[in-house]
Ligand binder design. Structure first.
Ligand SMILES: Cc1cc2nc3c(=O)[nH]c(=O)nc-3n(C[C@H](O)[C@H](O)[C@H](O)COP(=O)(O)OP(=O)(O)OC[C@H]3O[C@@H](n4cnc5c(N)ncnc54)[C@H](O)[C@@H]3O)c2cc1C
Length: 536
């Protein structure tokens, strides 16, 4: 039996994300591939929101038959490079390394002073490093022994962020070594297309290439009615430079970035307003997980307001006042705008190509990450959702493999898990209950509460739950949803089983397997037993 279901594990709508992706879920098969059709268009944002169909490996191979004839080696040798990649974030790195390992002459361009992309300098790495600094420091300060010793200090943002620079430095030097070892030169400066095979770096050198990968990432969307030059007004890039710890902050936008920062600020003891333009937090998650997140954020003291929209923002010397369309006014020490992102395409010379970006600066690609010019690929945030470092890297590798003529069939391009680093942490992969119910899939649920696990009792991290969704008849695992400490690690055990061939991808595995004791992984056995006991 096959059913269509919206796959929220693939489409992860961060704030401002658009489009939905549908996947054909069949309990009796495991592989998902993109359709052979090329859904790009100059005007529509079809990109990955195309229909994904499930098919056999034979059909997968047929999909490649529609690809244009690859360039011959002698044709390629006329260019400076076989592949030139624009951007050194995870998307660009994935593509560059894949092609270099395949023996191609690869060069990259990077306009920032260091490689690594927004991921390393403004996004994933600094935000997760800061989160670790905040949670570990606050946990230590809450320790009764520390209290007894009289430690009641309140670390400044500058102190908490200090370690981040060390981690960024390590990331940059490690990633630089990848380029060095694989003989991939880095051209420093802004790359702009001047024709279909040539880019100019800043106003100087020109570089020609047989193929290109656009991996230029994204930046926070900045509406014109918000004064980002005011020292109390931040976006997700500038927040990393915050020196003083405000007593209160309003976070506008309750997507992943907004919710993560709201949670982090609250952990620091800052009063937080979280303004959500939608009716629920992170609607793409499983309902029970959304409820748990809302409960715990509120329990910690975050004031969440749903279905609210900015009317105007007035920054003053003593605080920022957010006026909402509903008539409410909120005054806090600082304001973080976390509502939407914009693809970095505005200064890329696209006007010299038939490629057009949409109103969010995103580029349409087909199932192989090719733009309307088959030798120019685009990957990562610049193509829109899911806008994750994890996905960008896989997409870059897939693009690299495709241009090398290799099949990317084994790359899990659509099996993208969600990892949200709030407190509690959240992670999920596969279908939600909402989706399975809408599609009338006969599923059952198995749950394990962290508080019943010995490991959680020992560490004190008892807030959390693992939830397995499985097919009543085949017992195939259809979805894994987790919140609580280390959820983003725990989910991968379930993901590994979900991706096994039929008969090996069932909850029986968790029942029959001996887990280390005490571990958090044991939650899988508890949840599987809980679920199987519901069957009749
Ligand atoms: C606060 C925050 C937290 C996040 N947390 C997570 C997380 O926990 N997990 C996760 O998976 N993802 C997370 N993300 C998302 C993740 O950072 C992005 O999805 C990822 O960085 C996208 O990679 P990319 O290669 O597409 O682009 P980027 O990493 O943005 O790299 C693009 C690079 O291209 C360069 N560039 C742009 N234009 C040009 C040009 N014309 N010429 C030369 N160079 C150019 C830029 O300088 C940049 O270095 C987070 C993002 C933010 C903002």
């Amino acid at each position: 039996m096959s059913v269509w279901t919206q796959a929220s594990n693939i489409v992860k709508p961060r704030a401002g994300g658009t489009g939905k992706l549908f996947v054909l879920l069949a309990p009796d098969s495991t592989k998902f591939v993109r359709p052979a059709t090329r859904p790009f268009s100059k005007t529509g944002n079809s990109q990955l929101s195309s229909t994904i169909s499930q098919t056999t490996s034979t059909e997968t191979d047929n999909a490649h038959e529609t690809d244009p004839k690859p360039m011959s080696q002698s044709e390629q040798s006329k260019f400076d490079y076989d592949l030139f990649v624009i951007g050194t974030g995870p998307g660009g790195e994935g593509a560059a390394m894949q092609a270099a390992k395949g023996g191609w002459r690869v060069g990259v361009a990077e306009r920032y002073q260091q490689i690594g992309g927004g991921c390393t300098h403004w996004g994933t790495i600094p935000s997760k490093a800061l989160r670790y600094a905040v949670t570990s420091t606050m946990r230590s300060l809450k320790n009764p022994v520390m209290r007894e010793l009289g430690y009641t200090i309140a670390p400044s943002m500058e102190q908490l962020g200090r370690g981040t620079q060390t981690i960024i430095g390590r990331q940059v030097s490690m990633r630089q070594s990848f380029y060095d070892r694989n003989n991939v030169p880095i051209h420093r400066g802004q790359a702009r297309f001047i024709d279909e095979h040539t880019v100019r770096i800043d106003d100087g050198e020109t570089v020609t290439a047989a193929h290109f990968v656009i991996a230029t990432g994204s930046r926070p969307y900045r509406p014109s009615n918000v004064d980002f030059s005011h020292p109390r007004v931040y976006d997700s890039d500038t927040i990393l430079g915050m020196q003083e710890r405000p007593a209160s902050i309003t976070v506008y936008g309750a997507g992943v970035i907004g919710t993560e920062y709201a949670s982090m600020f609250r952990n620091l003891g800052i009063k937080v307003n979280l303004i959500n333009t939608r009716g629920q937090l992170l609607e793409f998650l499983d309902d029970e997980i959304i409820d748990a997140l809302s409960y715990h954020l509120r329990d910690q003291g975050v004031i969440i307001r749903h279905n609210e929209y900015i009317d105007r923002l007035e920054p003053h010397d003593d605080g920022v006042v957010l006026y909402l369309k509903s008539g409410k006014a909120l005054k806090t020490d600082a304001f973080l705008w976390a509502n939407g992102r914009q693809g970095n395409t505005d200064d890329l010379g696209l006007q010299n190509l038939p490629i057009e970006a949409n109103s969010r600066g995103q580029i349409d690609v087909d199932e192989q990450f090719q733009t309307c010019l088959p030798h120019i690929y685009a990957v990562g945030d610049v193509i829109g959702i899911p806008s994750l470092a994890s996905a960008a890297y896989t997409q870059g590798r897939a693009a690299g493999m495709h241009m090398l003529g290799q099949c990317s069939g084994n790359l899990s391009l659509h099996d993208i898990p969600t990892g949200i680093y709030t407190s509690p942490e959240i992670s999920s992969v596969g279908a939600t209950e909402k989706e399975l119910t809408a599609q009338c899939v006969p599923y059952e649920v198995g749950q394990a509460q962290f508080r019943s696990l010995a490991r959680a009792q020992i560490t004190g991290e008892t807030v959390g739950m693992l939830k397995l969704l499985f097919h009543r008849e085949t017992k195939r695992v259809l979805g894994v949803h987790c919140f609580g400490a280390n959820a983003s690690e725990i989910v991968h055990i379930g993901q590994a089983i979900m991706n096994q061939p039929d008969e090996h991808n069932t909850i029986e595995y968790f029942i029959e397997t001996t887990f280390n004791y005490p571990t958090m992984a044991e939650a899988y056995r508890v949840a599987a037993l809980n679920g199987i006991n519901r069957l009749f």
